[in-house]
Design a protein around this ligand. Structure first.
Ligand code: SF4
Ligand code: F3S
Ligand code: FES
Length: 251
């Protein structure tokens, strides 16, 4: 069944822009990205939109649809009433390049600051052995497609540009947790999590978990366990005493 949808799309660049209204044909089974492509093909050939896979796997088509962060290619038009206006805007937390395309390099910068996996000295590739239970623990985090919707929705940086320097965001917290839970990783990332990545700024609002298209339980399975590890490390009296003794010995 074909009908015309009322589409409102943000057009502009870093200097400013506005919402523009269009009527675009919709066919059975289509997703919002199909409609954006039809809009490009028929009425707005210079409309900028980023996409690659159209299968929810590359993470590039992130946008806000009626104010909710979503993947354009995984949002079915059948979710909306036919007479409803569908507003599509770029993700808000990162600077706009043009129209629906934003500059997400903040996330790559934060990823570069994260120390890589560090196996025990002398262990060569092919000699790694892990329990299945340890594999399963971090498997969930490896489903991340780097759509950055969790980064976009987290209020710590969404509403506070000034926090960006000291906050790596939920996507980086799952990477931290994955490495910290890895039985063969010998680096201690707990201080880094707290002091550099800004884990303490997260007040567990869980908005990141709500928008994750891969349904990764970011807050409960990564952030909270990392907070517990940091707390155990810093505030456990035995750890505190051990640190003091060690420091005295090495003075
Ligand atoms: Fe996207 Fe989920 Fe990965 Fe965040 S954790 S970047 S929401 S897939
Ligand atoms: Fe932000 Fe997620 Fe924490 S939305 S405040 S990182 S629980
Ligand atoms: Fe790849 Fe949407 S186009 S996730």
């Amino acid at each position: 069944m074909t009908y015309n949808a009322q589409l409102r799309v943000w057009r502009g660049d870093l200097d400013g822009g506005e919402l523009q209204d269009f009527q675009v044909e919709v066919n059975e089974g289509e997703v919002v990205l199909d409609i954006i492509h039809r809009l490009q093909a028929t009425q707005a050939p210079d409309l900028a939109v980023r996409w690659n896979c159209k299968a929810g796997k590359c993470g590039s088509c992130s946008a806000e649809i009626n104010g909710f962060p979503r993947l354009l290619c995984m949002t079915r038009m059948s979710m909306f009433d036919q007479d409803q206006t569908i507003t599509v805007t770029p993700i808000r937390t990162f600077p706009v390049i043009r129209d629906l395309v934003t500059d997400v390099s903040f996330n790559y910068q934060k990823a570069r600051e994260m120390p890589a996996f560090k196996p025990p000295a002398g262990l060569r590739p092919g000699e790694y052995r892990m329990q299945q239970v340890d594999v399963e623990r971090s498997q969930e985090f490896r489903k991340c497609i780097e759509c950055f919707l969790c980064q976009n929705v987290c209020h710590v940086i969404r509403d506070h540009e000034e926090n960006k320097e000291n906050f790596s965001g939920p996507r980086m917290f799952i990477r931290l947790a994955e490495l910290d839970m890895h039985p063969l990783d010998v680096a201690d990332r707990r201080d880094l999590a707290q002091d550099q990545a800004g884990l303490g700024l997260c007040n567990i609002t869980k908005c990141c978990t709500e928008v994750c298209p891969e349904h990764i339980t970011i807050t409960d399975n990564a952030i909270i366990p990392m907070k517990e590890r940091v707390a155990g490390n810093r505030y456990d009296p035995v750890v505190w005493l051990g640190r003091k003794i060690f420091r005295r010995k090495s003075d």
